[in-house]
Design a protein around this ligand. Sequence first.
Ligand code: CP3
Length: 351
Amino acid sequence: MSEHNVGSMTGRSRLLAAATGQPVDVTPVWFMRQAGRVLPEYRALRERHPFLEVARTPELATEATLMPVDRFGVDGAVLFADIMLPLDGMGVPFRIEPGVGPVIEQPIRTAADVDRIRVVEPEEGTPYVLEALRLLRKELGERAALLGFAGAPWTLACYLVDGRPSREYPQTKALMYGQPDIWHKLMDKLTTTTIAYLRGQIAAGADAVQLFDSWLGLLGPDAYQSYVFPYTQRIFAELRDLAPTIHFSTGTVQLLELIAETRPDLVSVDWRLPLDVAWNRLPPGMGIQGNLDNSLLMAPWSAVEAGTRDILQRAGGKPGHIFNLGHGLLPQTDPDQLRRIVEVVHGSPLG
Ligand code: CP3
């Protein structure tokens, strides 16, 4: 459980210190997709309630969010929700197909489709998300920082335009390259919605927010700069000084400097670059999150431990590192690996 003895800081102050480039007692740690998937107590909850019901019911979302905090003593509690939930407010019906992922009934492909998307405040579109955050902020106290999040406009557009998970998102790219006017209108609406959504989350109690741009690795630097960068930059500009921000993507070694130019407080990187190499490509003072290979957790503990210690050594005790995976936990992960990773990260003296 979470009672293992750590240093002198609380989980919340430790994570927030790292997120603002301040010194910490030991490295803060949390795991992307920690709130579901690998926990037997989550599976039991899911036997009683469908996924979207858990996500849309504040008391149930709170329960799922707290599970990994209680069990592993992580320093961050990521809200149990999904990047697709703002579609409720946009008036775009979707479902989550087990083993497949998000599916949109009527994909967004034309100017008329984009015009129909509603732009609303989260109090109207997703009030249950804000209520869950209010409950969680009270429940958590100083144990852990509360992390809000949103899908980034590019990644949301991939689902909205292609309509379902895909390897290449060809329809999305066809719209982007072929009908830039419609594309920019869509991205503008998604950006405005995302800013309101994240501002609402911060006002409701989120201590920091992460922007998930999961499919960004599909873009080269020119396309990123023309079709996505301005929107990401606008999001971080609008959130600056409200709460620390984390940019997440995977497979983006070709974009790292450009991502840094969107000016989040931290950049979450995957395992495709060693942590120190990635960090050296970010501007001075920018933090980094990562970057254990989520598949390495399938290997025996000795390999996981070596990978964990390697990352800590490459971070070198410098302020501004949050330990995490490079991408979300895989469903077949043994929860005991997570407990042991937290033990090593929290047990490692800095510097
Ligand atoms: O720690 C957490 O689990 C926090 C909550 C969370 C979920 N989704 C819950 C969820 C978070 C942070 C997400 C983000 C999310 N959702 C992303 C970005 C992160 C990433 O991995 O890149 C993306 C791309 C999605 C879209 C999405 N929703 C996918 C790909 C899936 C998985 C489909 C599957 O069956 O594997 C979902 C559904 C989803 N979101 C589940 C959970 C717990 C599974 C639903 C279930 O329990 O059946």
